[in-house]
Design a protein around this ligand. Sequence first.
Ligand SMILES: Cc1cc2nc3c(=O)[nH]c(=O)nc-3n(C[C@H](O)[C@H](O)[C@H](O)COP(=O)(O)OP(=O)(O)OC[C@H]3O[C@@H](n4cnc5c(N)ncnc54)[C@H](O)[C@@H]3O)c2cc1C
Length: 245
Amino acid sequence: MKRQLEWQIATVKAVRTETPEVKTLTLALPDWMAHRPGQHYDVRLTAEDGYSAQRSYSVGSEPERTGEIDLTVERIGDGEVSPYLDDTVVVGDRFEVRGPIGGYFVWDSSIGGPLLLVAGGSGVVPLMAMLRHRAAAGVKDPARLLYSARTYEQIIYGDELERLARKNGLTVSYTLTRSQPAGWTGYARRIDDAMLKEVSAPLGRNALAYVCGPTALVEVAADGLERIGLRAERIRTERFGPSGS
Ligand SMILES: Cc1cc2nc3c(=O)[nH]c(=O)nc-3n(C[C@H](O)[C@H](O)[C@H](O)COP(=O)(O)OP(=O)(O)OC[C@H]3O[C@@H](n4cnc5c(N)ncnc54)[C@H](O)[C@@H]3O)c2cc1C
């Protein structure tokens, strides 16, 4: 069996609060291997009675960080696994993971060229792995991130995105769909073709695009990118779940 498909026991090394509904777990892995940014791990939780539940979580950290990975988990109110990972797990806890998994929704510095990233909510996680890797590898080609969140407080990795945007030709645009703080100058509506056009225009039609988030947002954004002139084979998508944004 391929090494990535074998379960191993991860140990929680750190827990960081990102937003009221999102935490990042740093997991130490005995059998760590470098992931390609965009890949995910499966997490398997097993109760004492043997019942087990399995979910996928994208790696948020860059592969340059060896021996450990960050998973960033948004709590889904009535969910089975995410409330446990966000509310119950503490440093020192152990659970099973396997990965890294996925060969399509991946980007690394060898690909090069203009990069367009579109995220909804926790869909920013695999895109963050790409941006952290991009910074670590010193890539200079332009990159733009369009990030849709409901409110300002729900923006994940906001401070770090600001720091990353100050170097290496990264531009970050936000749209806040539910409420906006006083003086907000970003977008304030759901992603649409006009927004995609404005954000992507400086990159040209040959940009490579990665779209990740709730299913509805991914479909609107991927269709929109095609309508504004990107070729379908230059648009890669990852759907996290069934809800709207
Ligand atoms: C490849 C891949 C990578 C993923 N990476 C991440 C990640 O980095 N961070 C992250 O937080 N999640 C990620 N997810 C989503 C994650 O796998 C789970 O689906 C999510 O945590 C919900 O699991 P749960 O057990 O808490 O909810 P469940 O018990 O599975 O579902 C409870 C209810 O919530 C709905 N629901 C399920 N998933 C979602 C969702 N994502 N959004 C809204 N409603 C949902 C269900 O339809 C159901 O009604 C990823 C999914 C995939 C397929």
